[in-house]
Design a protein around this ligand. Structure first.
Ligand SMILES: [Zn+2]
Length: 343
């Protein structure tokens, strides 16, 4: 089969479009013919390499897969060949206490397609049967593939971790990112007042189209000052973080008393400080969040099928041009998802 493979870490040039053997199925696994695979910042980290994370090489990246079941392995009972599916990106053991409690993103063996195991930037991908979810028929493959990772992550952050409530005020950083565009929609659906940040006017206009009530240009405006102005000095109840070092101080300073900061990433760096006096006296909560559960993925999919949430696709590339797609994603110019299309 054709696949994007890299044998060592580095820049986009390490990605090769080549022929590799089709994966062999083990018990409980299915082979999915990939029609579209969305990229995430995670793909860039995996390609560059993360100190202390021994990625198996050679490696096929890609976490967000929409396609059709091509073949089923031994002991598969619920999925049939020919079914259109959207894959949950998270793969876990299914047997530990966390998995049995439905907290599969806390499983010690938790990983994503395209992280510690081969992913969907290929003609075929192998995954456990339990990762196959009903396909949202209202969407073409390249839009469906833009749903899984970012919507389940944004849902886990806002609803499960930050316990978002109606009428709260929320600051969403990086409206143009996949998680940002998902978070704006989720927070609006819950009846919140949403402030979104972006680096240029075109992105800010699109954030407003998605429902943001006010927008902040983080290149020409100081985020914490704008939040103070927009909230009559109160600050916001929830800050949705994934940018890291570049925005951390502003994010903390933007919180109201009792506010919650929830973070799922560190795109600009992982060094952050917090003044403990500020943390305890203002009764702030700092919440870490990683991916989401299959149950949350099911919830998000229902809302996508009902068209209450919609994926935002910036641009598609043919699979062979994956290196160009990585280069484009690294520029940060996109609004929404960059998706590989597999003919
Ligand atoms: Zn487990």
């Amino acid at each position: 089969m054709k696949a994007i493979v890299f044998d060592h870490h580095g820049g986009p040039e390490v990605l090769r479009y080549t022929d590799v053997p089709e994966p062999e199925l083990r018990s409980g696994e299915v082979l999915v013919r990939v029609h579209a695979c969305a990229l995430n910042h995670l793909d860039l980290w995996v390609r560059v390499g993360i100190p202390g994370v021994p990625f198996p090489l050679p490696h096929i990246p890609g976490s967000d897969v929409a396609g059709v079941v091509a073949k089923i392995g031994p002991n598969v009972t619920k999925v049939n060949a020919g079914e259109k599916v959207l894959l949950a990106p998270g793969v876990s053991c299914g047997k530990c206490a966390a998995c049995l409690a439905g907290l599969d993103n806390q499983c010690p063996q938790f990983t994503n397609l395209g992280y510690m195991i081969d992913g969907g930037c290929a003609e075929f991908v192998r995954c456990p049967e339990v990762n196959c979810f009903p396909y949202p028929e209202n969407l073409p493959f390249e839009h469906a593939a833009a749903v899984p990772l970012v919507f389940q992550t944004a849902w886990h952050m806002l609803i499960t971790r930050a316990q978002l409530k109606a009428a709260e005020e929320v600051l969403i950083l990086g409206a143009g990112s996949g998680v940002g565009s998902a978070a704006i929609q989720i927070a609006k659906m819950f009846g919140c007042r949403v402030f979104a940040t972006g680096g240029n006017d075109a992105k800010l206009a699109k954030a407003r189209e998605l429902g943001a009530d006010a927008v902040i240009n983080h290149k020409s405006q100081k985020i914490k000052d704008e939040v103070r102005r927009l909230t009559a000095k109160r600050g916001v109840d929830v800050v949705f973080e994934h940018v890291g070092t570049a925005t951390w101080d502003d994010s903390v300073a933007s919180l109201a008393r009792g506010g919650r900061l929830v973070t799922c990433g560190a795109t600009t760096g992982y060094d952050a400080k917090i003044d403990l006096r500020f943390l305890f006296s203002r009764q702030l909560s700092i919440l870490g969040s990683y991916m989401g559960t299959k149950s949350e993925f099911a919830t998000v999919l229902k809302l996508v099928a009902d068209e209450r949430l919609r994926p935002v696709v910036d641009r598609t590339f043919p699979l062979a041009e994956c290196a160009a797609a990585h280069t484009y994603l690294e520029t940060g110019e996109q609004f929404g998802k960059v998706v590989m299309v597999v003919d």
